[in-house]
Design a protein around this ligand. Structure first.
Ligand code: ADP
Ligand code: MG
Length: 600
């Protein structure tokens, strides 16, 4: 019940539709009520089975006929007409209530999905480090779908089933409470047995699935590992294992077949027993003159009509339980607050000159192992700073801190003397251009990919940026030039082309701080040479951080930071560091042995 309330909360904002759906459901119950009532005059009046001893109570239909002054002859066409009207009304309101309930579900779910996405986009980088992509995607698709099914279908079903059951129960008790009571003593027995059967079916069904997946696993192992099986002459062993698995599957299948085949005839038999019981009690009641044969017909009809809502109730229960489980998982995502967000009194970073300072910055991705230790350096406006070091040394991590993808564990980072934690994230990031090694293109046109995140950019400026990034030449050779689609993650382009697009994107943004994290690593030497020329130009009037293995970039940098296991081991120009004969010299000789002679 608590679960249902939780899901209901989702729909609470659609009050109007909810109330309408509710009202329509009441109408469905009302028409159901009238319908079972109609059976009585059909039998008593139309079929001319007038009762031996007329019961001395007035029923609903007699009351209606009397007030509408319908004569006995007129009943002949009046009852069928009424039947059509009632069934039409019941159908109409079933349609309306179900449609409204479904639309409520879809609306609530659209909102939930949008909310989730918005929440996800603003999550910090570390969140995505720990959450598998597939899991997050399944939250937004599968789980939200299940919630929708629960809200749209099952909530409607549930409410409708309850109302209809209620109407039918009222009817049978009004008609003959003694007969109703008698039926209610025996009926729960059937419900109980039904529940027992369906539980067994479900349990065995699940077991069967497990057995099947065992077979599947064995099959997969034996096929993919067929060389190993042969090499160790394990064929007999594998065959025996497989036979055992299929035998075990066979055993549960047989049990399933047994229960499955038995359940329907058994239920029918049970229905027959109950029917016989009600028949005996009913005819006694007719003979005693308490009810008419028509009343009895209506009564039996009402009992039969209870079957569907009861079935629906148990089905709805399942779907709702599932929906609630999904809802809880979704809530878990929504409750996670992003670690990195604007400080309450954050102000926009004013246009910067580009002086970057790391002051004793330490950092770890998780509590267990620090990645950066006391990183301390500064970059003057318009300087080019190269970061070198072995892979895994922490170069990318340093760069990540500057864009506030993560916050330092201790120490601080300033730009133009302002702590970057004090300014708004958007104003900070809009002044930093980033070209990374795992650059991402979106499945859109070349033009929109270059102009990503910028509004109202003329094609002329896009072309200029592409020319500077040496991308223009290959773009005009594409079938649709700048309107060509790049495919998922840019898969229709070569890695060198993708990289040049990413560089063009950063150039178009024209940021005072530019970060190139192995931005030219995927290029062949010819395009790399071309881009180096372009980059040399764009690096001039901005602070640039470059992580590269390319000697010319490193050598011409104003400052080289040698990163070694999370520490800045050496700082200096190429010349200074070579003279020092430290880590840089070793790295340098290792990476560019052929250039050794050149070093001064
Ligand atoms: P570099 O760019 O110098 O090759 P990184 O800065 O990418 O090195 O990585 C530095 C260290 O931090 C490595 O040991 C790496 O395993 C670890 N690391 C990098 N990214 C993450 C992450 N998202 N979560 C946890 N550890 C990470
Ligand atoms: Mg890196």
């Amino acid at each position: 019940m608590k679960a249902v309330l939780q899901l209901l909360k989702l729909t609470i904002e659609e009050k109007k539709a909810l109330v309408l759906s509710f009202v329509f459901t009441v109408f469905v119950a009302f028409f159901t009520y009238v319908f079972v009532n109609l059976i009585q005059p059909i039998i008593d009046e139309m079929l001319q089975l007038a009762p031996q001893a007329s019961p001395d109570k007035t029923n609903l239909m007699a009351f209606i006929f009397k007030n509408l002054r319908v004569s006995r002859e007129q009943l002949f066409w009046f009852i069928p007409l009424l039947l059509v009207i009632v069934i039409f009304g019941k159908g109409l309101f079933t349609f309306l209530s179900s449609f409204f309930m479904k639309s409520i579900g879809h609306k609530a779910v659209k909102k939930l999905r949008d909310e989730l996405f918005e929440h996800l986009v603003y999550q910090s980088s570390n969140y995505f480090d720990h959450k598998p992509t597939g899991e997050l995607m399944s939250r937004l698709t599968n789980d939200v779908d299940k919630i929708q099914q629960a809200v749209s279908g099952s909530m409607g079903d549930l409410i409708q089933a309850i109302f209809i059951l209620f109407a039918l129960i009222i009817y049978i008790f009004i008609t003959d409470w003694r007969l109703a009571l008698a039926s209610f003593i025996i009926a729960p027995l059937a419900v109980l047995l039904l529940a027992l059967f369906s539980r067994q079916l479900k349990k065995k069904g699940k077991l069967n699935q497990i057995k099947m997946s065992q077979i599947y696993n064995l099959l997969h192992e034996s096929i993919t590992g067929n060389k190993i099986v042969k090499a160790f002459t394990m064929e007999k062993f594998e065959i025996k294992r497989f036979f055992q698995a299929t035998h075990s599957y066979f055993k549960t299948s047989i049990k399933l077949a047994w229960i499955g085949s038995l359940s329907s005839p058994f239920m029918e038999f049970l229905g027959g027993v109950i029917g016989a019981f009600i028949l005996v009690v009913g005819t006694t009641r007719i003979a005693q003159g308490y009810i008419s044969p028509g009343d009895f017909g209506s009564f039996v009809m009402a009992i039969f009509m209870m079957f569907t809502p009861i079935k629906r109730l148990s089905r709805a229960n399942n779907t709702i339980q599932q929906g609630v489980a999904c809802y809880e998982r979704v809530q878990e995502i929504l409750q996670n607050k992003p670690q990195i967000k604007d400080h309450p009194c954050a102000f926009p970073l004013p246009p910067i000159k580009g002086e970057v300072k790391f002051e004793n910055v330490s950092f770890s991705y998780n509590e267990t192992r620090p990645v950066l230790y006391n990183v301390d350096f500064e970059a003057m406006p318009n300087e080019t700073v190269a970061l070198v070091g072995l892979s895994g040394a922490g170069k990318t991590t340093i760069i990540n801190l500057l864009s506030r993808f993560y916050d330092p564990t201790s120490g601080r980072i300033t730009i133009d003397g302002i702590d970057i934690r004090e300014v708004s994230l958007s104003s900070l990031r809009s002044q930093i251009g980033l070209v990374t090694q795992d650059l991402i293109l979106f499945n859109d046109t070349v033009r929109n990919n270059i102009a990503y995140g910028l509004e109202d950019i003329s094609l002329k400026r896009v072309i200029e940026a592409a020319e500077a990034a040496k991308a223009h030449d290959f773009i005009v050779e594409l079938p649709q030039e700048y309107d060509d689609l790049v495919g998922e993650k840019g898969s229709l382009l070569s890695s060198g082309q993708r990289q040049r697009l990413a560089i063009a994107r950063a150039l178009l943004k024209d940021p005072p701080i530019l970060i190139l994290d192995e931005a030219t690593s995927a290029l062949d030497s010819e395009s790399e040479r071309l881009i180096q020329i372009a980059l040399a130009n764009v690096m001039k009037n901005r602070t640039t951080f470059v992580i590269a293995h390319r000697l010319s970039t490193i050598r011409s940098a104003d400052k080289i930071l040698v990163v070694d296991r999370g520490r800045i081991a050496e700082i200096g120009t190429h010349k200074q560091l070579c003279r020092k004969d430290g880590i840089y010299k070793k790295l340098y000789d290792l990476q560019f042995p052929e250039e050794r002679e050149e070093t001064p």
